[in-house]
Design a protein around this ligand. Sequence first.
Ligand code: FES
Length: 101
Amino acid sequence: MAQRYPVTSLAAIPPGTALGFNVAGNSVAVFNVDGKLYAMNNTCPHAGAPLSDGYIKGCIVSCPWHGWDFDVTTGRMSGQAEDCQTTYPVHVNGDQVEVEV
Ligand code: FES
């Protein structure tokens, strides 16, 4: 059953940035896209880079190691028809960011 886990404060993730967390054993990246938060699997499927360290432009994050692009709102890799990365619901409770896994 899914459960919400507090990960950080809202102020710690300003728009255009991301942070990585271990959430109940899952490596999760939380992205702030123009004030809206999205969470997805933080581990790049190519060679395991942390996508929270990637380059963010709008809703696209480019992997910091070899540049694969992912839409953080869907987990989909650019040019692919299928969703790739698991995504997770994100909640803001006061100033607390919570990820549901
Ligand atoms: S590890 Fe992400 S593109 Fe290679």
